[in-house]
Design a protein around this ligand. Structure first.
Ligand SMILES: Cc1cc2nc3c(=O)[nH]c(=O)nc-3n(C[C@H](O)[C@H](O)[C@H](O)COP(=O)(O)OP(=O)(O)OC[C@H]3O[C@@H](n4cnc5c(N)ncnc54)[C@H](O)[C@@H]3O)c2cc1C
Length: 424
């Protein structure tokens, strides 16, 4: 007799069925760890962090216990050893249950993924490689052993630096034993809660001109003298990320705090572009959450919802069908894009990555919008998660460097002009 099949459309089932998407048993286990953690720990706490706009520090302490803070730390260094694709799939599962936690977790994990899997695929001379491997073990150790949290504040006023058009205005002046950092970062998720701020800044000696090639990825201890968290935080969505402003005034940062050798971030940004796609998993999870809620609500299965099953009405069936089509399109394109991440992707793969980013960020919000219209007035009440999912999903399209607008601009330009081509 054939084994009974899992109902992969069930709201509690994995978003990506391991058999259908050909995941290894090890990947399936890690993703399942994230999903169960999301259901058990994140979901019950999400409304409070959203209401209070406070950082979900308890979630991160609990993640440490589960090994999730070290998901991308190599096994040899005490981590779970997830690769890029596995990380993305696990992050999407967390995004289903708490968008703000998943997005903040992404900032933390990037501080291990970029110096880890990405850096391993980028060229470095033997001396730089050896020093880099020694330094990253310091960061890994803090995370694995002490549960240290890393933030990833890149954004600066004006947006051009975070979009990759100009050098970062935050500067690191080389001095004996390290750097003196001065500058300002806006929208720093985990502000006030991270132990280290993994900033991007421009290494610039006296008299040298600023260049994107000299971008440094530097971990600044939150307690270092000259670090200040400022500004208020009362936004529309992703309220638990607590993304306030950071000021750095003559902060001394030891050279060992370099998360990548000088010049390697620039290499990564140009040769490993999928590094910027890691903001999307959270929003794939939110899209799934809006869909799952709608199905459960219309079936009369959401606790506290009015005891009316609306599923027999054709307009509801059409709406669910249209959400399902959009969700399937989004997930399939996204899965393809995250599966292609590697150094030196083809032009087609880069264009697909932009298309996936645009699709996820726009469709997450479109699905959440349809969900609210379809479920109706009661579903907007704050005792249900849908209105939070809707507000959180609105934030994805504005996130640099690949905002929805920038993705379209690049897809259009890079489709019509081959590399190096002009109209002259
Ligand atoms: C909830 C949340 C959490 C965040 N967390 C972090 C974080 O942890 N770390 C971090 O670094 N940032 C973070 N950000 C910041 C985010 O990535 C953007 O930098 C920020 O939203 C930019 O806001 P802005 O008002 O300066 O927009 P602007 O940069 O002024 O952009 C406004 C519009 O102009 C367009 N635009 C901007 N630059 C260009 C360009 N060069 N070419 C073409 N069009 C352009 C954009 O498409 C956008 O729609 C977060 C943002 C949010 C909303």
């Amino acid at each position: 007799m054939p084994a009974p099949q899992t109902d992969t459309r069930d709201g509690d089932a994995p978003m990506f069925d391991p058999d259908a998407f050909r995941l290894t048993p090890e990947q399936a286990d890690l993703i399942s760890l994230a999903r169960r953690f999301g259901q058990r720990v994140l979901a019950p706490r999400a409304a409070r962090y959203d209401r209070e706009a406070t950082f979900p520090i308890e979630n991160f302490r609990d993640m440490h216990g589960e090994g999730l803070l070290s998901i991308c730390v190599p096994k040899a260094d005490g981590g779970l050893g997830a690769d890029y694709q596995t990380y993305c799939l696990a992050a999407a599962e967390l995004g289903r249950y708490c968008g703000a936690t998943a997005l903040s977790w992404n900032m933390h994990v990037a501080s291990t993924l970029w110096p880890g899997v990405l850096a391993d695929e980028l060229p470095m001379n033997a001396e730089d490689r050896a020093l880099h491997e020694k330094r990253r073990r310091l960061h890994y150790h803090r995370i694995v052993t002490d549960g240290a949290l890393y933030a990833q504040p890149f954004s600066e006023e004006g947006g051009a630096a975070a979009a990759g058009s100009v050098a970062f205005g935050t500067e690191a002046r080389p001095v004996d034993g390290g750097f003196i950092v001065n500058g300002k970062k806006i929208f720093a998720s985990l502000s006030g809660s991270a132990d280290y701020y993994g900033i991007l800044c421009t290494a610039r000696a006296e008299g040298e001109s600023a260049s994107r090639r000299n971008t440094l990825f530097l971990a600044i201890p939150a307690k270092a003298q000259g670090v200040e968290v400022t500004g208020d935080w009362d936004p529309l969505g992703m309220r638990g990320t607590v993304s306030r402003t950071l000021l750095f005034k003559d902060v001394f940062v030891p050279a060992d705090e370099m998360l990548m050798p000088r010049g390697v971030y620039f290499q990564a940004a140009t040769r490993w572009p999928h590094m910027f796609l890691t903001l999307t998993p959270t929003y794939v999870g939110l899209a799934q959450a809006a869909f799952d809620f709608t199905v459960a609500y219309l079936r009369g299965e959401v606790p506290g919802a009015p005891p009316v099953k609306r599923r027999s009405f054709p307009p509801k069936q059409f709406a669910v069908a249209s959400m399902s089509v959009t969700l399937e399109q989004t997930k399939t394109l996204w899965f393809q894009a995250i599966s292609e991440a590697r150094a030196n992707p083809t032009r087609e793969q880069v264009l697909r990555a932009y298309a996936a980013q645009h699709t996820v960020m726009e469709n997450a919000n479109a699905i959440a919008t349809t969900a609210i219209r379809t479920c109706g007035g009661h579903a907007m009440l704050k005792r249900f998660p849908l209105e939070r999912i809707y507000r959180d999903s609105r934030c994805g399209a504005v996130m640099l460097p690949w905002t929805a607008e920038i993705c379209l601009e690049r897809i259009g330009r890079e489709t019509l002009y081959k590399p190096g081509e002009t109209d002259d």
